[in-house]
Design a protein around this ligand. Structure first.
Ligand code: ADP
Length: 490
């Protein structure tokens, strides 16, 4: 493998290209008109414009991407995450075109891309699963009987759902009909597949996932867990590795089960097996993501393993260079996804220009970003600006480094999740490790937001004053009373 086309943008495109370059592999970038001057385009050895900004006219054009790869002499395609990364048909046409898809075989993607097919595949391996239906359900009367058996609250889920979308919580029986109808029509519109199923709604779960690596020679290993419970809209914002609450026994059991899930779909490459963990530390299989995960850096920090390097090596047919017993957890890592979103306004996206952009740096800080000062955060894509990751000897150490890094991260022009990160990493609930997926609802309340905003404006005022005084010194503005200007006589 001498040349890789990276079918993605922003931080993940850059991150993949950096490892490729380290391995002596040249890179081809693809870009939309909105990303013409983006760092990932400049970093690549070659770059191809795909079309106008909307993803369905650029980053989702599988055939055009394959043509670009062939025309530029690439022999493999890395899909990153999002876009075409979990598109089984794309993985297949890439292979048919004589190129290597850096990821699992299309069949594995297909099985795990459908939540019901995934459950069916892992069922015979005795992996604990959330109680629920294992077939699509459209019959309202039948749904009611099953829901009563499972017990309310229940969750209606779209089989083809993803990205935190296609889920509806039903608290009581009388709401079931209406919610079922809505869920089915939403699933049809959003995913082109109206199949929905029922699952018990676990009321205070933690989201804990296991990183796996599988080569084409039948070796499958796990690289421990990531805790991703701090979420908004069922989507992650803060992650850490390892989890603050898992015992070595549960970690080992979850790891072994994750390996079984990967084996169930003949997995190859880097993948993630997601679990929900309840208050009693019972865990349940949720789904498998058949790609590199956004939050993979925390695993890299605690294991010292470059996951992209392993993905590429596996795609080249190499065997994993280590065994399970060689892997250990070194220290602790935390990650904050820095989104152009306003945490004080329901996390609404806040696209705009990065008028000032000065990321922090230092020992134990890793920053994966894809923007520079002066650039616009386009409205067409996910509004993530960067991933701020810190690594320390202990959880406390990593958290303290994170708080300092947040303080030194200067972004002006768009609202970001940085103040939310500060709120979480300073919070006693985070410190105790006893928090669940409802962290935002339970702790980021209106009162807490008001208090934070006051503190934010006090900090902003102090900063403005500091800048003013600095400027004043620089411009040598005469002091009142210390100049020849007449002063007002009282
Ligand atoms: P997606 O594929 O859209 O990411 P997941 O099945 O991975 O959906 O679930 C995303 C999040 O939704 C989980 O991290 C969790 O917060 C919540 N969730 C999913 N299933 C359940 C459940 N049965 N009970 C409680 N929360 C759930």
């Amino acid at each position: 493998m001498k040349k890789i086309l990276v079918a993605n943008r922003a931080e993940i495109a850059l991150r993949v290209m950096r490892t490729a370059r380290k391995m002596g592999i040249t890179t081809v970038a693809v870009f939309s008109a909105a990303d013409r001057n983006a760092p990932h385009v400049r970093f690549a050895d070659e770059a191809v414009c795909l079309g106008p900004p909307p993803s369905n006219q650029s980053y989702l054009l599988g055939d055009k991407i394959i043509q670009a790869a062939k025309k530029n002499g690439a022999d493999a395609i890395h899909p990153g995450y999002g876009f075409l990364s979990e598109n089984a048909a794309f993985a297949e046409v890439v292979e048919q075109a004589g190129l290597i898809f850096i990821g699992p075989k299309s069949r594995s993607i297909e099985i795990m891309g459908n939540k019901l097919a995934a459950k069916a595949a892992v069922k015979k391996f005795g992996i604990p699963m959330v109680p629920g239906t294992d077939e699509p359900i459209a019959d309202l009367a039948k749904a009611k009987t099953i829901a009563k058996e499972i017990g309310f609250p229940i969750l209606i889920k779209a089989a083809a759902g993803g990205g935190g979308k296609g889920m509806r919580i039903v608290e009581k029986e009388e709401d079931l009909n209406e919610q079922m109808e809505r869920a089915i029509s939403e699933a049809e519109t959003a995913f082109g597949d109206g199949s929905v199923f029922l699952e018990k709604y676990i009321s205070s779960p933690k989201h804990i996932e296991i990183q796996v690596l599988a080569d084409s020679h039948g070796n499958i290993l796990h690289l421990f867990e990531r805790e991703c419970s701090v979420q908004r809209r069922h989507q992650k914002v803060i992650e850490e590795a390892p989890s603050a609450i898992l015992t070595p026994e549960i970690r080992a059991a979850m790891g072994a089960d994750a390996i079984k899930v990967a084996a169930a779909c003949d997995y190859e490459g880097a993948g993630t097996v997601e679990f929900l963990v309840d208050e009693k530390l019972n865990y349940y299989f949720l789904e498998m993501n058949t790609r590199l995960q956004v939050e993979h850096p925390v695993t890299e920090m605690i294991t010292g393993i470059d996951l992209v390097e392993q993905q590429i090596a596996i795609a080249r047919g190499e065997s994993l260079p280590f065994r399970q017993k060689d892997l250990t957890v070194n220290g602790h890592a935390v990650e904050l996804r820095v989104y152009a979103e306003d945490p004080f306004n329901d996390f609404l996206p806040n696209a705009g220009r990065l008028k000032r952009y000065r990321p922090p740096s230092g020992k134990g800080i890793r920053l994966d970003d894809g923007y520079e000062e002066g650039m616009d955060i386009p409205i067409f894509y996910d509004p993530m600006i960067s991933k701020l990751v810190t690594h320390g000897n202990s959880r406390e150490d990593a958290t303290q480094k994170m708080l300092r890094a947040i303080e030194n991260y200067e972004i002006e022009g768009v609202a970001t999740t940085l103040p939310f990160g500060k709120f979480v990493f300073e919070h006693t609930a985070f410190f105790s490790g006893k928090f669940d997926t409802h962290f935002v609802q339970n702790h980021f309340t209106n009162e807490a937001i008001e208090k934070e905003q006051k503190e934010e404006s006090a900090v902003a005022a102090a900063l403005a004053l500091k800048l003013f005084l600095k400027e004043k010194r620089r411009l040598k503005v005469p002091e009142v009373g210390g100049s020849n200007w007449p002063t007002r006589q009282e």
